[in-house]
Design a protein around this ligand. Structure first.
Ligand SMILES: [Cu+2]
Length: 147
């Protein structure tokens, strides 16, 4: 019993004489927190949105990409109003980016032929859901959702 009290006193004294630097050090993230990639509570959290880029990937000139909606990647790009969206042609064939669907064009944007390694950009000013497709390969369809 006396030994136990002695340990408690020693522990208490230890806290009292603790060096101020050690107290600060205790506020650093613990190794477990770092392993879990946890940030200190007072750190500003920056949420990075993905770049507003749509790829026309290799092989989209054959209709297979239609089955799993991989003719434009991502199939449905979500952006905020005022965002400039860039389509990059990463294929070996020329493609277009035309607003509307194969059943009906809208007059919003028309890239013309985008050659391999070239790009097309359009700024979406208003919220809405925008369908688009490739006139050369009408199975290529995609969506931009603007909020
Ligand atoms: Cu195409």
């Amino acid at each position: 019993m006396i030994a136990a009290v002695g340990v408690l006193v020693a522990v208490s004294l230890g806290f009292v004489v603790m060096d101020p630097d050690e107290i600060v050090a205790e506020r650093e993230p613990s190794p477990i927190a770092m392993m879990l990639n946890l940030s200190p509570v007072d750190e500003e959290v920056v949420v990075e949105s993905p770049p507003p880029v749509v790829s026309m990937p290799l092989g989209t000139s054959t209709p297979e990409c239609k089955a799993d909606n991989t003719c434009y990647l991502p199939y449905n790009l979500e952006v905020a109003a005022g965002t400039a969206v860039t389509w990059t042609n990463d294929d070996t064939a020329a493609h277009t980016v035309n607003s509307g669907t194969p059943d009906g064009l809208t007059d919003l944007f028309d890239s013309g032929l985008v050659m391999p390694d070239a790009a097309f950009e359009y700024v979406f000013e208003e919220a809405g859901t925008y369908d688009y497709f490739c006139i050369v390969h009408p199975w290529m369809t995609g969506i931009v959702t603007v909020s």
